[in-house]
Design a protein around this ligand. Structure first.
Ligand code: ADP
Ligand code: MG
Length: 401
């Protein structure tokens, strides 16, 4: 995090420092791939500095567009509507946070998008599917104090969901934690029948109790990630606004296509999310421009700017929406939550809700993973445990289907 451009001050989702981008009247043909060509998306995205003239061409926009300010992606920034409150819960949409590159914001996005969706009244289950356990640590759990993790659910059919789910400390959001044990699953699953569908089987009982399940993938395209993609309806690809980040996207797209063809035909890319964007640097803006050229409207309008508040929130073991609720970083994830809900296909946005049925999973008290006494000896500074709360599905009508 060195460099004069990053002095750690808080910047947010909107683009106050962005120089206004202009749209050219005539599209000058660019060398390299053309816009939104399927072939090009699977090729490494070429990267060239834009010609000076490109930034000085004149605007020709419709009156409505002319009034809409351009967002950090260079497109007119829509206003995302407030989502309708839900009266019933269930029928979860499962989304994998996936990118084989590490340090691009997968875990940060899982925590903060989850917390923002919970603020909007959605019931959220976060799945830590990375043996590094960063999601669990980022929510204040001690990896050495976990009795049961997602590993037990994957490998032992006797273990039930409600034995492993823990409250996250955020109202409406629960967690399936993980630690280094999960790395053994990748080896052990190789010998299983239908090894790619193991996570799907494990998550099946949770679908009727939550509205959204977010899976934080490990930084690889191995069997665990294939399991996550097989269990998912959608993928969000967080992508650091930095040149090297562009290079792995082609391989990720190929993997997603293969999973869709062979294992999970319903899998969709819900969006590509630019993270750690710094609108003051030409580099960030160029990367964003290349991203939009290659992926078009798949790129979220919302962009997460670089701010040290995210690292601070991780150390505090809570989402930025509660650690620094009024920060621009928190606002960015709240906006992303609305954009994500707006993008979902109509059957998800307006689908008839099936009320919870059967025995809901009851998250174990947080002390199961972290007693306040033992947590103090852990490697991370800890925040006080939140009071135990009732099952997130306690209010569900168990008499209806
Ligand atoms: P991944 O899960 O892809 O490996 P993380 O979410 O763990 O990535 O993020 C890697 C590091 O970058 C963490 O220390 C996190 O706090 C930090 N980080 C994430 N998003 C941002 C951001 N927008 N600005 C600054 N730092 C960030
Ligand atoms: Mg991570």
């Amino acid at each position: 995090m060195s460099g004069a451009g990053f002095s750690g001050h808080d910047t947010g989702s909107s683009a106050p420092q962005m120089p206004p981008l202009v749209r050219p009247t005539h599209q000058t043909p660019r060398p390299g791939p053309t816009l939104r060509d399927e072939h090009n998306v699977t090729q490494p995205i070429p990267f060239e500095r834009p010609l000076e003239t490109r930034t000085t061409t004149t605007l020709e926009a419709t009156p409505a567009e002319a009034e809409t300010p351009l967002g950090p992606t260079g497109r007119p920034m829509p206003v995302f509507p407030e989502p309708t409150p839900l009266v019933e819960h269930g029928g979860a949409r499962v989304i994998s946070m996936c990118n084989q590159k590490g340090g691009v914001g997968k875990t940060t996005t899982t925590i903060n998008l989850g917390a923002s969706l919970a603020e909007l009244g959605r019931r959220v289950l976060l799945v830590d599917f990375d043996p590094q356990g960063s999601l669990s640590v980022g929510l204040g759990l001690n990896p050495h104090e976990m009795d049961l993790t997602i590993y037990n659910l994957l490998m032992d059919r006797e273990t039930t969901l409600d034995e492993v789910v823990v409250p996250s400390g955020i109202e409406g959001m629960d967690l399936l934690p993980s630690n280094i044990d999960l790395s053994a699953a990748e080896v052990q699953l190789v010998h299983e029948v239908a090894r790619e569908q193991t996570l799907q089987r494990v998550l099946a009982p949770a679908l009727e109790h939550y509205d959204i399940i977010l899976i934080d993938c490990q930084p690889s395209l191995g069997l665990l990630t294939v399991n996550a993609l097989t269990a998912s309806d959608g993928v969000i690809v967080p992508l650091e606004c930095e040149y090297f980040a562009l290079r792995g996207v082609a391989l990720l797209k190929t993997t997603i296509d293969k999973v869709r063809e062979r294992l999970n035909p319903k899998l969709e890319i819900d969006g590509v999310l630019g993270t750690m964007f710094d609108g003051r640097t030409l580099h960030s803006r160029e990367v964003m421009e290349r991203l939009v050229s290659a992926w078009g409207d798949t790129v979220f309008h919302t962009v997460i700017r670089r701010t040290v508040k995210f690292s601070d929130a991780t150390v505090a073991g809570e989402p930025i929406t509660s650690y620094a609720s009024s920060s621009t970083g928190a606002d960015a994830y709240r906006q992303l939550a609305k954009e994500v809900l707006t993008r979902w296909p109509a059957e998800w946005a307006c689908r008839p809700r099936t009320a919870c049925s059967g025995r809901p999973p009851t998250p174990h008290p947080r002390r199961r993973c972290r007693s306040s006494a033992s947590a103090a000896s852990g490697p991370w500074p800890t925040t006080p445990s939140p009071p135990d709360r009732a099952s997130p599905v306690a209010g569900c009508d168990t008499t209806r289907r």
